[in-house]
Write a protein that binds this ligand. Sequence first.
Ligand code: SF4
Ligand code: SF4
Length: 437
Amino acid sequence: MSANEALKQIPIQQEHVPGATILHPARRVVQYLTLLILVLIPTSGLFRIDVAAGGFILLDRQIWFSDIFIVMGFWVFIASLLVMMYSLVGSIFCGWMCPQNTASEYANMLTYKLLGRRAEMMDMSGDEMHVAVRRQSVLNYLLLGIGLLLPSMLYALIPLLYFFPPSAIWSFVTFSEDAQLAGSLYWIYMVCVAVFLLDISVIRHLMCKYMCIYRVWQHSFKTRETLHIHYDASRSDHCASCHYCVDSCFLDIDPRQTAVFDSCVNCGECVTACDALHSKSKKMHGPGLLSFVLGAEDRHGENRGSVASFFSRAKASSMATLLGGAFFVIGIVGYQSDEFSVYRSEAWHGAKILDYRINVAHKLYHPTDITFRIEGLDDGVYQLEKNTVHFETAGRQDVKLHINESLTKGLYRFRVFARADDGWSDVFDVTHFAPGG
Ligand code: SF4
Ligand code: SF4
């Protein structure tokens, strides 16, 4: 027998559930990255809500409902991607990304550290909070209060970033004067801080367990083939007098009995816990009893599904994602950075209309000059309030156009040309009836 053949006959002892040892640190990294992304999305100009314009900002562009390809494409793309995600990995967003659970886990960790492991702030069983005797000190309560207040103050800034430009938020936190800030903003901020403080001090994971509609919505896309916790029942004797995985679950689920429509958010803490227990125990051999699996299991616990079956189920969503992406690209390519129109002015001269209003909107958040030119009317018969308007940022302006009363009676067709120094140009046709002097 060759050395290679001899080696092959030695049974391979698997010591860990694959990936179990890095699940916890990987989840922490994803949770903190998500918070960073939530801050970067509005500050980078990727997405923000422009309250004054009544629209939203995407890729530093002001988007109106008339930019239908961008609006439709963006939402169809995002929604169908999310549906595919729910179908493949269930409510993993809640376990790995949700800022609510990140804050709740931090608050639990701080509470356990300062007041002991039985110091549940709110318990649905109605049990009183148990603070460890040796940790009952004013200092510990004070540190806990500060430790919960500071993140609440930071969290409360995140929603504001979606409604105000970063420069305005900087003025806000440095108490500087800024015309972009509403006077009531400090009150709105205080309310946000109070809500976040109540949330991470008291509510914590109860939000995820009993109140979050978004989690219920994600569950509606789960099937038996969605990523879930698998329990190796053939070694269930290891579980006699052990409760470690249940204790590690922040949603108080028994990971050995997960079902399609339970509250499990696939955080993987139970997988790590059981695997760590096995690797340290002298009595329990082999890897942990819990692992993640994709695909349905039959009566004997055999896995029958695969990623391929997911793709066969996700045909409609994939098509919608592609369609949404295509709409979005078409919308971005055909995006008009400026728009203008010419209206009859409300300034009437008896029964005569002699004034027009050129309304121009600049939709990019950087400076530009827009120049107007009239064709089809002699120079002496009209007055343009100004030939060029300057925009420092996105906004709207009006320019008055007056037609002289002395213009000979008749119907005139003239054209208003607009050109921006960033290359955009457009033309508007006007039919004017001159009543004559
Ligand atoms: S931690 Fe592992 S061994 Fe302990 S009860 Fe849970 S599944 Fe069983
Ligand atoms: S059962 Fe396991 S994976 Fe599911 S939420 Fe609880 S700890 Fe996380």
